[in-house]
Design a protein. Sequence first.
Length: 114
Amino acid sequence: MSELNAVLLALAHPLRREVVDHLRERDDETVTVAQLAEHLDDTQEGDSPATSALHHRHLPKLQAGGFLEYDIRSETIRRQQPTPRFDSLTTCVFEARDRGRDLTGGCGDTSQRE
């Protein structure tokens, strides 16, 4: 799988984007599943995400995408240090999301193309 496909697949779900955002904003590189679930409960509207969904669906996809290391025995999540190319792809996805647009405007482009 290409690096671009791995990034897009891992970030396809809004909950996984929130997990990556949370890990990028933290000073420490390690968080427990319980701490992450508590953070997600505070930020998500409606039903809280099930911890089992984190364990079985979201964290494994983010690990496969290269965003984190997940130790199921200790229930700890460790942020991965991205390569420059990986980081630029991720930044592009988050910039598009923050502008409320899809990726058709290109990365780093803040103008509103019609």
